[in-house]
Design a protein around this ligand. Structure first.
Ligand code: FEO
Ligand code: CA
Ligand code: CA
Ligand code: CA
Length: 660
């Protein structure tokens, strides 16, 4: 039997009303402050953000990047080592996922034209990646320590190692490193993870934003190579939206062209796409350490990497999602068993636990059971006999993990976003944000369309009375419990279904009301008390409310209705949500996504990110009008500056524990 949950915490704040204000609206009794925003300098040699895009490209190697996303707080001791229980001093690692569409980091947006402006592209390359800053608590709130020797940027140009089974593989060979042992840059870092030894995991998701492939390239490739490229969304004659490769012939730009241009892979960047889509480990306590792409965790559109609580003498277990429509949920189980003496051992501990192990992909059965299917070369038909893609070795299986998962019959999900593992019961939750490719059970699917199944059971049309939102536009949250003795078995149910409060009862299956209705769950995080935080990135409910964060006390697997038959929405229930178990904690500013969350171990400081405020509105640069003026307007609504992604600090006015 699963361990009983610890005494669940009680939600103790008044629910925040849905709204469309250009402001972070948090529950009564809480303070909001901004930790850092796009362009803020990490050190004293660079000027403060000037609100006119005049900062140099090079200075972004020392400034906060764009598109704040996943993050983690690491407590730090007086001597600069990892101290997991410290709340008043630490290092905050933040992902900078992408350059937000209004391009406020340039003087007047993105310069138009077939070829990109080289200065703008260079700035964008440095505005991606990860920032690490020291944070300190003083006078009741927490601020960034400008000038700290721990402050660091990792960008799309930073040198990194490949480690694990695919290190040195021919599929990773580039002109930069023909041996396939190193590459440059981490890109489109969405969500994240952390390790019990005190390192950060950053996950590469939508790297197709920056990678192009030329017309006619198929003629220069083997059928096997073409199958791999197509499965990862890079057909020939495909131009990236960012067009970085058009900015010039310098290597900094040319490398984004994943086409055959030379005689061998040592002469070109035909394998650039294979160098992205990994989980990257960074040691925040060692600012000069080289980040590592840990290939044993597989290559796909990694949303994040969420560890189960480490237990001495047991393997390290990490859950992961591939965020694309109809993609899979994975887990990695280390070969090495956890030894608490490895805390603080940085990249050496990472090599020990993350470079050898077993990768699995999930199948969810209609009766509420499930299996983890092993992605190991030579097992389950993962060898040269696989017709769709003949595998050569384990490196090939990992580089093309999606093709391996296809072979095993894993369950295609409604876009797996974040996961979270309960701190005591070890039950795993994962958001399935939405899927417009589900079709009615009575329909004949075409292309990539799928009928509902037990784990992805909804097809409906949303309330707006238009035909624009079909499929599963509001998303859901699945959860599962594992059998402690057999790592290949699980039991699952559906925790919550997103829906508008006024939706029909066969759509609003969790009984959401005005205090807790939401759409498109994305960010997810368990704090140490077992309070679950749910964040939204929505396109289906933004006519009514900006994106939001809710707090929840989720119960356990089995409280929700066990899914019965595929596609019969009226027979599928989620757990019933009440105002006592799910409650809206905050609403973000206009046209933003709420994403990224970490709480100090004393539960008194909560950090979250506002990503892309004002993204949907084309600015009028001459008039200075934008879709949002956040965060400059948070303290004074009359202050109007360019909108910027930012990290927000939440504390309770009475100094108490967040959420209670
Ligand atoms: Fe970057 Fe899947 O969100
Ligand atoms: Ca996300
Ligand atoms: Ca999302
Ligand atoms: Ca987004």
């Amino acid at each position: 039997p699963a361990p009983a949950p610890a005494t669940p915490p009680k939600l103790g704040f008044a629910a925040v009303a849905k709204n469309k204000n250009d402001l972070v609206t948090v529950a009564e009794g809480y303070n909001v402050s901004i930790l850092h925003a796009l362009g803020d300098p990490l050190h004293y040699g660079d000027e403060s953000w000037k609100d006119d895009g005049s900062e140099t490209a090079d200075s972004y190697n020392r400034r906060i990047g764009d598109g704040h996303d996943g993050m983690y707080y690491f407590g730090m001791s007086d001597t600069g080592t990892y101290q997991a229980d410290r709340s008043d001093r630490g290092l905050l690692a933040v992902n900078h996922e992408y350059v937000v569409a209004p391009y406020v980091l340039h003087p007047a947006g993105r310069t138009a034209g077939a070829a990109r402006n080289a200065t703008e592209v260079e700035k964008e390359i440095y505005a991606h990646g990860v920032s690490i800053v020291e944070v300190k608590r003083a006078n009741g709130t927490t601020g960034m320590v400008r000038g700290s020797s721990y402050n660091r940027r990792v960008t799309s140009a930073t040198t990194m190692d490949f480690t694990g089974p695919a290190r040195g593989h021919a599929l990773l060979a580039t002109k930069f490193n023909p041996a396939g042992q190193q590459t440059r840059g981490t890109n489109n870092n969405c969500a994240n993870g952390y390790t019990p030894w005190g390192t950060y995991l950053t996950c590469e998701e939508n790297y197709l934003n920056v990678i192009s492939r030329a017309a006619g390239d198929d003629a220069l490739r083997s059928a096997k190579e073409i199958a791999g490229l197509n499965r990862y969304g890079l057909p020939q004659n495909r131009k990236s939206p960012y067009l970085w490769e058009t900015a010039g012939t310098a290597d900094l730009f040319a490398r984004w062209n994943s086409s055959v241009t030379g005689a061998t892979s040592a002469d070109d960047y035909r394998n650039t796409i294979n160098t992205f889509g990994w989980v990257v480990e960074i040691d925040p306590f060692a600012p000069t350490s080289t980040p590592a792409k840990r290939t044993a965790l597989g290559r796909f559109n990694h949303e994040g990497a969420w560890p189960a609580p480490a237990v001495v003498g047991q393997p390290i277990v990490i859950y992961m999602g591939d965020d694309s429509r109809n993609e899979y949920i994975y887990k990695f189980v280390s070969k090495a068993l956890w030894d608490a003496a490895d805390v603080g051992k940085g990249m050496a501990a990472g090599a020990k636990y993350l470079d050898e192990g077993t990768l699995y992909v999930a199948r969810f059965n209609a009766d509420g059971s499930g299996e983890w299917l092993e992605l190991t070369y030579g097992k389950n038909g993962l060898d040269a006999t696989n017709a769709a893609y003949p595998f050569a070795d384990q490196g090939d299986v990992l580089v093309n993990a999606r093709l391996a998962a296809d072979k095993l019959g894993a369950t295609k999900m409604d876009r797996p976003e974040w996961g979270a593992v309960h701190p005591t019961t070890r039950e795993v939750y994962m958001t399935l944000t939405n899927n417009s490719n589900r079709v009615a059970n009575t329909a004949t699917p075409t292309g990539s369309q799928l009928k509902p199944d037990a784990a992805n059971p909804r097809y409906y049309e949303d309330l707006k009375g238009t035909t624009s939102q079909k499929g599963n536009p509001n998303g859901h949250i699945i959860r599962w419990r594992e059998n402690g003795t057999d790592v290949t078995k699980l039991n699952w149910d559906i925790y919550l279904f997103g829906a508008q409060a006024d939706a029909a009862s066969d759509v609003n299956l969790s009984g959401l009301t005005d205090v807790n209705d939401f759409s498109s769950p994305d960010g997810l995080y368990f704090d140490k008390r077992g309070m679950l935080w749910i964040q939204t990135d929505d396109g289906a409910y933004t006519d009514i409310t900006n994106c939001m964060m809710l707090a929840a006390v989720p119960g356990k697997v089995g409280d929700g209705g066990v899914a019965v038959a595929a596609g019969g929405t009226s027979t599928i229930k989620g757990a019933n949500a009440t105002a006592d178990t799910v409650r809206r904690f905050l609403v973000g500013p206009k046209e933003c996504e709420i994403t990224g969350i970490t709480v100090t171990p004393d539960n008194k400081t909560l950090f979250f990110n506002v990503q892309h405020p004002g993204e949907d509105t084309t600015p009028d640069w001459a008039a200075g009008t934008f879709g949002s003026y956040w965060p400059a307007n948070q303290a004074d609504a009359n202050v109007k500056k360019r909108p910027r992604s930012a990290t927000v600090v939440i504390t309770k006015k009475d100094g108490g524990d967040i959420g209670l």
